[in-house]
Design a protein around this ligand. Structure first.
Ligand code: ZN
Length: 280
């Protein structure tokens, strides 16, 4: 029988098969193969003997939190306290693209900024929509509720961006504590805890935020390039063009930045992530 691991306690694996949760043990065979089952893993179980027989191929895998097969990531981005940062947003988009996690942007604290900033952010967000990303404001609760259906969602965002309050508004029963307060006070939580998939609006939510301490040095330049999805719409003279030191006549991406088709901050962040200097 096929199912999904939704919770792990010591050596006990809680496997959800069509809504019924079986408490299973794993077989030593995984240890021999160097496979440790994690939350999110799809598996085949022997429902009578309560054993996991096989772990199915993973779509992706995160180490912190330790979870597999994530479909999408909700990026909670505040406009004020902490200030809006395209750098962090682009960094999170990059990591998700490379890990085959569909990013969804959720803007919070719009009420804390003036009309000028609101308009400016709206224009920037229109660009992100244009290149294919879903963008929501945190007051669009009904729309946000729809994104969870049949998906495993992980969430992320700066400390204080309003992750807890967003989820508590979505479902007051969640009583979500994302550890924001203790982190803000400089007392990080060091308790070892297991990740759990929480049922939410016909989908599953990972109960702890993902993507802290992003280290871009683990990614190749090619991966970083491919994560800027809109760049592939432009055909440069050379196929392996990195859109960095090439001339504007050869590089269609640089031309598009100059023409205002590609958001300048996106291109600048791309160069920063590549660790390059901007050259004319
Ligand atoms: Zn180019």
């Amino acid at each position: 029988m096929r199912g999904q691991i939704v919770k792990i306690l010591s050596n006990l694996y809680f496997v959800n098969c069509d809504g019924i949760v079986y408490e299973c043990h794993s077989r030593g065979v995984f240890r021999n193969k160097n496979i440790t089952p994690v939350v999110g893993d799809y598996c085949i179980i022997d429902e009578k003997e309560k054993y996991i027989l096989e772990i199915l191929t993973r779509k992706n895998y995160l180490i912190r939190p330790l979870v597999a097969n994530i479909d999408q990531g909700l990026i909670v981005t505040s406009l004020k306290v902490p200030d809006f940062s395209t750098n962090l947003l682009d960094k999170l988009l990059l990591v998700m693209e490379i890990n085959k996690i569909k990013p969804i942007i959720c803007i919070t604290k719009e009420d804390l900024v003036d009309d000028y900033t609101k308009k400016e952010v709206k224009e920037i967000m229109n660009y992100y929509k244009k290149i294919g990303y879903d963008v929501f404001y945190n007051y669009e609760l009904e729309k946000i509720k729809e994104i969870f259906k049949d998906k495993i969602t992980v969430f992320t965002g700066q400390t204080g961006a309003g992750k807890s309050s967003l989820f508590n508004k979505l479902d007051p029963n969640l009583n979500f504590d994302t550890g924001e307060v203790s982190l803000a006070l400089g007392r990080g939580k060091h308790t070892t805890r297991y990740v759990e998939l929480i049922s939410l609006f016909d989908g599953k939510l990972v109960d702890t935020p993902g993507f802290s301490n992003i280290d871009l040095s683990v990614y190749s330049k090619e991966e970083i390039k491919s994560a800027f999805v809109e760049f592939s719409n432009y055909e440069c003279k050379y196929k392996d063009c990195m859109h960095t030191n090439e001339g504007i006549l050869e590089c269609a991406v640089k031309k598009a930045v100059q023409d205002g088709e590609i958001l300048e901050s996106r291109y600048e962040n791309y160069l920063k992530f590549l660790n390059c200097d901007k050259t004319a």
